[in-house]
Design a protein around this ligand. Structure first.
Ligand code: PAF
Length: 275
């Protein structure tokens, strides 16, 4: 992969890179379409990264429909699919890990210790293999975007991180590979995740700037939905992940919930569509 990528760069071609764990859906398609529009070459990686799953998480049963993914990517016109085996990314001699620092200790990182170390470690390696000029990430994983941008800044990586707005089902549920696990009552309940964020975002537009009040709007709506258990509801600044004294446009309202054993996340950027 790396030799091919270097050859493209030496020929003056920009590479757009979309790192994925496969089980591709409309959200990934939007990333690839955007990459296709903005670069001469597009590389998509499909790698279910064991380093970012906790011991009790769904690594073993994470969906791996490789043939369907490949067919989908071919119709989108990607130049290369990088689908390495685990020991190509993590050979026995592999030892180094990226320490993501304090921003990985809140929100998702608090509930999923070690997750972002695993994400940043694989992203750094994938960037070196794919040599992208631009890399595309979904805004649904907002903290991941913040931490990847931090990685790029801290290590002076020559890549631009493009955050792409979340693709939603008609009822507002953010499209995610994990949605397939939801049975029909839980699937119906899941619509309240975006519904509650949207209600709080409207509250902000109408003049509510108290972070506690905005969070309470989300909590009340989620607590009123049978089957939904809240992990966190947090209003944070988009770069420091700290709670502001007063909400301003660009702050992010982020939630994680459990529906049965399925954990889902979503967020809304106040007063704006994107990060
Ligand atoms: O967002 C994902 O699918 C993963 O975290 C990523 C960026 C592909 C790293 O494994």
């Amino acid at each position: 992969m790396q030799e091919q990528a270097i050859a493209w760069r030496q020929a003056g071609e920009d590479i757009g890179f979309v790192p994925t764990m496969g089980a591709l859906h409309a959200g990934h398609e939007r990333l690839v379409t955007r990459a296709r529009r903005e670069n001469q070459r597009v590389i998509v990686s499909i790698f279910v990264n064991p380093a970012q799953f906790g011991p009790t998480e769904d690594f073993a049963r994470y969906p791996r429909p490789f043939e369907a993914d490949r067919a989908r990517l071919e119709t989108l016109g990607v130049d290369a699919i990088f689908h390495p085996p685990v020991d190509q990314i993590y050979p026995a001699a592999f030892k180094t890990r990226v320490d993501p620092g304090p921003l990985a200790e809140v929100l998702e990182g608090k509930s999923r210790p070690g997750h972002f170390a695993g994400v940043l470690t694989v992203v750094l390696k994938l960037f070196n293999l794919a040599q992208p000029k631009r890399a595309y990430f979904g805004q649904k994983d907002f903290q991941q975007v913040v931490l990847v941008r931090q990685l790029v800044r801290d290590f002076a990586l020559p890549v631009r991180i493009v955050a792409v707005p979340t693709v939603r089902e008609p009822d507002g549920l953010a499209i995610s590979s994990r949605n397939v696990y939801l049975d029909s009552p839980l699937r119906a309940a899941a619509a309240s995740i975006h519904g509650s964020l949207d209600a709080a975002a409207r509250g902000f537009t109408m003049g509510t700037t108290d972070p506690a009040e905005l969070e309470a709007t989300v909590r009340h709506l989620l607590e009123g939905t049978p089957g939904v258990a809240i992990d966190y509801v947090a209003l944070v600044e988009d770069t420091t992940l700290r709670r502001p004294d007063r909400a301003i446009a660009g702050n992010v309202l982020a939630v994680a919930v459990k529906l049965g054993s399925i954990r889902l996340i979503d967020n809304v950027v106040l007063g704006a569509e994107r990060l």
